[in-house]
Structures are given as structure tokens and as C-alpha cells.
Design a protein around this ligand. Structure first.
Ligand code: SAM
Length: 609
């Protein structure tokens, strides 16, 4: 809980100030930036290199902004910064904005942080700033859990978790031991805390510690250094991305942002011609009360997708709408899941339980049931999103190119087509859904084709009342240019693209069962003449996508099922981070879960062998 004391943020829970009233930014810069020698370390980076900072106690983000500001001033073009902030008690939007208003010098950067802040979700978050040069990974959980799940080491630490006497948990020996374990060779740390116990524990964790002069109110501070020097990974410069749907376009964008030359190839003549080609996609985060690995990945993906869309496809009501989304609690079906989900302590900006009355008022149409309301949910036009993502000088599109073989070479990979063309690249990322099975390296994977058909229905005066997306088994979106999208069927092992009247009837029957008022509002369309679209999604058992390095230099982002709009962007970050030796955007457990289909198929291959 945050309080305000003499106009400064103060924690009632811990009885301590977030920062001292009169010291100003110079004191923070002295302790955290100077204490970690960041000026010289940022300036010494080369293009393609990165430096990572971990902070225990992200608080108002002030230290992050100071580090970002310095990085922008002194780091060379092409270098990047990873900042991992750990925070158990995130400030609400108003407190965050009020706290950062105290620092006029940082207003430009603060505004950007605040605009992302409203996208935060419990657990792990990943946002980009400065055209991708600065990556913020926020672990909104207890420090112990965040450190246990941290997937990589860091180069510099800001230890800023209130006074050790007031918040001993943050300075407990196992926490400080983990900080030692999670430090790269040559890592440094800095903190205001000078307690002997902390200093000794950090010494035991492998740091050479020194007590030095503070600045302003704090007369002393601690700094520490681990022996060694971290070798920077050499970044590859060229990549071939196969598949120009959401998975491929997000990967292409993430890699171009990191300075790579990207060839984006697809057998189809245009971007987003497969499952990502529907005229509208629904931003539907389906979570569960148990919050298993899939749910936690979906949640992190949802926050990431919203922030990414804010950057590349702002909600303008034409290419994207943030109209809100209702998941209906249908008795005998979704009711139990939704009751369990709604019982968890969610921040109100993310989701909340609503009864039938409130649900009706929110969506603009009578609902028979309540459910959960996602205020930031809505729809996106996926082909436009794909086009915006790959509108980059370093991305070259090769549409109409069907890659039939991938052959390892001395420098990476050669992709060959049936008609004698080829592309060479240091790295390859396969993002072509179920069609990946045609490549020998993917033939053994349990990739399943799942046909889905949507129906496009002419809006009526009554149906135009629908203001938000409603989901219950299927979904229905508000009218855009006189049409509603209603979907979608789900048929395993069928990859044909014909539009079927029976599938339209199924979509309408689903709507009639769950949202009868909307079904009535649409009148009696003739299903034999209805427009629609069929696409083929790809899934693997367990429903988690497959995001992995298959063999050296060959990666994939596959099996996003019906969730690609949500999960493709974060998956692209996983691949980009792995390829460049940067900080992954997810905790260890989820990174492992993204490779699980690969591991299980390999062990099956072994057993069969
Ligand atoms: N570095 C921050 C800034 O720039 O605004 C100020 C940090 S403030 C002194 C300490 C922060 O540690 C608070 O935001 C508090 O909520 C967080 N914190 C305290 N105990 C924690 C714990 N066990 N796990 C994670 N964060 C914790």
C-alpha cells in the first residue's frame, strides 16, 4: 500500500520511504549508476552487445528511468539494455503517475513507462522502449520466486528493497545467495543498505564488497563486484523466417529490431494468407483458476500483446478496437472455470467478475449469464498487424516462395525451393504452422492441423447494439463496416479451406445457445450464401505452443492454435533473446514448457528407435 508523506511516496506496509525527499536524482545516480560504473560500461558496449541490470524493488521505476536516460546518452547505436525489475506490490496507475511527476527532468521517459504500466499483469511482463533498444522485463511477484525463476544471470544489480531492518525478507541470506548465483562474471552491485549482515552475506555470495561514500542524506553505501569478465555472445546478422503469418511477422520484427537482415519467405502470394488472414482476430485471454503453465504463458502474452499493439497498431476502431471482452459463465460448461478464476485477486484493470445485469450493460445487449470482463480485450485486424510489423527497412519479403528443404552449411543454413531457388542465412526460424511437417527436421513433431471457419454476418439495427466481444465456446464481435464476425469451428486433422454451410450453421447454433439476444438480432441469414473464411491452425498436444531451438541455428515458433494473436509476439521475443544471448522475457518454468512438445517427441523418438 502506498501513502504520501511530505509529497513523497511512502510505504505504510514497510514504514519506509521509496526515496528520500530532498536528495534528488543525483543521489540515486551516485548510488546505483555510478556504484555500478554504468557510464563507462554503457559507453564501452559495441553494436549488437547488451548489458543487463536486475533490480530488487522496482517501485516507481525511478531507477529504471535513470538507467535508461544514461544509456540513451552514452551507449553507441546498436547496443541494447535489458532491465529486469522485481516488484511484489506494484503501484496503481495514479500513484505511479503521481510519483513520477516529481521528476520533471525525466518526464519524456516517465510518460512512456506510464503508458505501458496500464498493461501490467501479475507475473512476468516484457515491454520495449526506445525502438527496442531498451527492454524492460518486470517480474511482478515476490523476490524469492522471481530469483528462483530467473532464466539468466545479470551484469549489474540495483538492490533497493527498503531498509534491511524494515524489510528483512528482501535481504534474507537465500535471496542474497541467489543474487550471487545469478550474476554473470564481472557483475557488480550497488545499494544504500550498509548493514554488516548484508555485506557479509553478499561477500559469501561471491562479491568483493566495499563500503564507500554516499551522497546527500545517505552518507555511506555498499558496492560489490564479482571476479571475471563476461564474454559477449557474437550476434548473428542474417536470418530466414519461413511463414509470414503472425508467428513469422512478429519474429521478423523482433529480429530486425535487433539489427538482423531478415528474409521473410512464404509460399502464399501475400502476407497473412493462412490462419492469420481472418478479417478480425479476438484478443481473448483464456485463463483458469489453477493458473497452470499454459495460463501463465497466456497471461504474460496478453500483457505483452497489448503493449506491442499500442506500439504498432494503436486502437483506432478500424484496425484494432479495445472495446472490452466478456467471457460468459455458461452453466455446466464455463461456469466452474470462471468462478475459480474470478476468485483470484486480480487487479481491476485486468479482469473482474460481473453478473448478468452488469454484463448486459457492458456489452449493450441482454445477457442471460454473468462472467468475467476484460476491459482491455477486443479485436485486431491481423493482416494489418502483420503488415505493420514487417514494415521495416531490414526485412525483405519473398512471397510465393515454398521452402522444401533446409540444409546446414558452414555458416548456417541454406533453404531450397522445389523450383531451384535458394536463400542462405546464418539462422532460420520456421513459423509456417502445420506445413512445417513437410520439412524433414519437423516431420517427427506431433503438429496437428485444426480447421476453423468463421462466419461474416450482416449487421442489423439491433445487432449494432453489441459494443464488446462476447466469448462462450465461440465468439461474436461488434459490427465493423456493417459486419459481425462470428466464430469459430474447430475440426482436427482437416486442412481444407472450403467455406461450408454446415460450419456456418454450427457457428450460429453456438451463438444461439450462449448469446440468444445476439442470435435473434441477426435475423435469419441463409447459411448457403453466407460469406466466411476457413483457416488452418496448428496445435500440439497440451496446447502450449512450440518455441524452441530445434538444432543449432534452427528455431521454430509453431502451434499457436487459436491464440496466435496473443502468443506470437512474446514467443518471438523468446526466440530473439535466445538467438542473441539476451535476457529471455519469461521465467524458466515457462521457457521449459514452450519446449515441452519437442522434448516429449524426442523422447518418444528415442523409445521408438
Ligand atoms: N527502486 C524503486 C524506485 O526506483 O522507485 C524504489 C524501491 S522501494 C525502496 C522498495 C520496493 O521493494 C517497493 O516497491 C516494495 O514494494 C518492493 N518490495 C518489498 N518487498 C518485496 C518482496 N518481498 N519482493 C519483491 N518486491 C518487494
Amino acid at each position: 500500500m502506498i501513502d504520501w508523506k511530505n509529497g513523497q511516496p511512502y510505504s505504510l506496509r514497510f514504514g519506509d520511504a521509496y526515496y528520500s525527499a530532498d536528495s534528488g536524482l543525483e543521489e540515486r545516480r551516485h548510488v546505483f549508476l555510478h556504484g555500478n560504473r554504468l557510464h563507462e560500461r554503457f559507453a564501452a558496449l559495441k553494436a549488437g552487445e547488451s548489458l543487463s541490470i536486475g533490480e530488487t524493488g522496482f517501485g516507481t521505476g525511478l531507477n529504471f528511468l535513470c538507467a535508461w536516460q544514461l544509456f540513451e546518452r552514452v551507449a553507441p547505436p546498436g547496443a541494447s539494455l535489458d532491465f529486469l525489475g522485481i516488484e511484489k506490490f506494484p503501484l496503481d496507475d495514479d500513484d505511479m503517475a503521481a510519483a513520477l511527476r516529481l521528476w520533471p527532468e525525466l518526464q519524456g521517459l516517465a510518460k512512456e513507462l506510464i503508458s505501458r504500466w496500464k498493461r501490467r499483469v501479475p507475473g512476468w511482463n516484457r515491454w520495449h522502449f526506445a525502438a527496442g533498444r531498451v527492454r524492460l522485463t518486470l517480474a511482478l511477484c515476490d523476490v524469492t520466486e522471481a530469483l528462483r525463476e530467473m532464466p539468466c544471470g545479470v551484469d549489474a544489480w540495483f538492490l533497493d528493497g527498503f531498509a534491511s531492518a524494515l524489510n528483512p525478507e528482501m535481504w534474507a541470506e537465500p535471496v542474497l545467495g541467489d543474487i550471487g548465483r545469478l550474476s554473470n562474471p564481472g557483475a557488480t552491485l550497488a545499494t544504500y543498505t550498509c548493514a554488516g549482515r548484508v555485506r557479509r552475506a553478499l561477500g559469501d555470495a561471491g562479491f568483493s564488497m566495499e563500503r564507500t561514500e554516499g551522497l546527500g542524506c545517505k552518507r555511506e553505501m555498499l558496492r560489490g563486484c564479482k571476479p571475471g569478465t563476461r564474454a559477449q555472445q557474437v550476434s548473428p546478422s542474417s536470418v530466414l523466417v519461413i511463414g509470414a503469418g503472425l508467428a513469422g511477422c512478429t519474429v521478423a520484427s523482433a529480429l530486425a529490431q535487433r539489427g538482423m537482415t531478415v528474409t521473410l519467405a512464404d509460399a502464399a502470394p501475400a502476407l497473412a494468407s493462412g490462419a492469420s488472414g481472418n478479417p478480425r482476430g479476438i484478443l481473448h485471454a483464456r485463463l483458469g483458476g489453477g493458473m497452470n503453465a499454459l495460463h501463465r504463458f497466456v497471461l504474460a502474452s496478453y500483457g505483452h500483446a497489448l503493449a506491442l499493439f499500442d506500439e504498432v497498431q494503436p486502437a483506432d476502431g478500424v484496425s484494432r478496437a479495445e472495446c472490452g471482452l466478456l467471457q460468459l459463465a455458461i452453466p455446466g460448461g464455463e461456469e466452474k472455470r470462471i468462478a475459480k478464476l474470478a476468485a483470484l485477486p486480480w487487479p481491476a484493470h485486468l479482469l473482474r467478475a460481473v453478473d448478468a445485469g452488469e454484463a448486459s450493460a457492458l456489452v449493450g445487449m441482454p445477457m442471460d449469464h454473468g462472467g468475467v470482463w476484460f476491459p482491455a480485450g477486443g479485436w485486431v485486424v491481423p493482416p494489418q498487424l502483420c503488415a505493420s510489423l514487417v514494415d521495416h527497412a531490414r526485412i525483405v519479403q519473398h512471397m510465393g516462395m515454398l521452402v522444401s528443404d533446409l540444409i546446414p552449411t558452414a555458416n548456417g543454413w541454406r533453404a531450397e525451393t522445389g523450383d531451384g531457388r535458394m536463400v542462405e542465412a546464418e539462422r532460420v526460424v520456421v513459423c509456417c504452422g502445420h506445413r512445417a511437417r513437410a520439412l524433414s527436421q519437423f516431420a517427427q513433431l506431433p503438429l496437428t492441423a485444426v480447421r476453423g471457419q468463421i462466419s461474416l454476418l450482416a449487421a442489423t439495427a439491433a445487432s449494432e447494439e453489441l459494443r464488446a466481444v462476447v466469448c462462450a465456446g465461440g465468439y461474436c464481435a461488434p459490427a465493423l463496416a456493417g459486419r459481425h464476425v462470428v466464430g469459430a469451428t474447430h475440426l482436427l486433422n482437416d486442412d481444407s479451406l472450403d467455406v461450408r454451410p454446415a460450419d456456418h450453421a454450427e457457428n450460429l447454433a453456438m451463438l444461439a445457445a450462449h448469446v440468444p439476444a445476439m442470435r435473434r438480432a441477426l435475423g435469419e441469414p441463409d447459411v448457403t450464401r453466407l460469406p466466411g473464411r476457413a483457416g488452418v491452425r496448428c496445435s500440439v498436444p497440451g496446447a502450449m505452443p512450440l518455441v524452441a531451438e530445434m538444432s543449432p541455428g534452427l528455431y521454430c515458433s509453431l502451434a499457436h492454435g487459436t491464440r496466435g494473436l496473443l502468443t506470437a509476439g512474446l514467443s518471438a521475443e523468446v526466440i530473439a533473446a535466445q538467438m542473441h544471448g539476451q535476457m529471455p522475457p519469461l521465467p524458466k518454468t515457462l521457457l521449459d514448457a514452450l519446449q515441452a512438445p519437442l522434448i516429449s517427441s524426442r523422447s518418444r523418438m528415442k523409445t521408438w528407435g
